[in-house]
Design a protein around this ligand. Sequence first.
Ligand SMILES: N[C@@H](CCC(=O)NCCCC(=O)O)C(=O)O
Length: 250
Amino acid sequence: MSRQPLIGITACNKQIGLHPYHIAGDKYVRAVALAAGGMPLIIPALVEAFDLPRLLEHLDGLLLTGSPSNVDPHFYQGATSAPGTAHDPARDAITLPLILAALEAGVPLLGICRGFQEINVALGGSLHQNVHSVAPYQDHREPKDQPLEVQYAPRHVVRLEPGGVLSGLGLASEIHVNSIHAQGVDRLAPGLRIEARAPDGLIEAFSVEAARSFAVGVQWHPEWQVQANPDSLALFQAFGRACRARAQNR
Ligand SMILES: N[C@@H](CCC(=O)NCCCC(=O)O)C(=O)O
């Protein structure tokens, strides 16, 4: 009988009231369990608690979640953030080296939104800190004053690049995606292959060219109501297959 893959999910370090917490959004945990078929394991943003290669020996996959916080621009030699920008130094301290260690160990990887941006930064790329103020890009932010159903409604299409990992999943050449981000890829890191772009040209998905397993990042949120969206489900199922293959081979 095949072993259920153990899939690590990155956490944010967030202050709630007087106390800091390690938290991961419910939609990511559910998507790992229900769409990828994995056993979700939230990884605290506490790098000093882990020997990362040893942690990865126990994992069959790694999901890098989205977050309202931004990667600190000093990791990509960007300008200091505007005052009031949300950062999460504890999360940066674990996710950036964890991505490199996961690729080194051949652990399947799926990065979503902040997680997608983290893969680009970890591999040497840079980010636009406010996509909406950079021509020719549109505003990719969600309408924050609206209910979640409206915030996460499909907002634009992305065009898949032929011959890539995503188009290999049998998706249409254009798919509709939601859009919940202010930042975006500026300089694409070496070794990343563009998988999809928005109509304004912004890079919306990539894969890691030399990866030994599934290693994909998407700027949109396929975890949102994943079971109701065939494209999102196909992406999580492909990630789950790669995680199951690692679980069986270990
Ligand atoms: N802060 C970054 C990344 C945006 C992002 O990941 N949004 C998701 C927020 C909700 C969630 O936790 O899923 C940016 O603005 O580009």
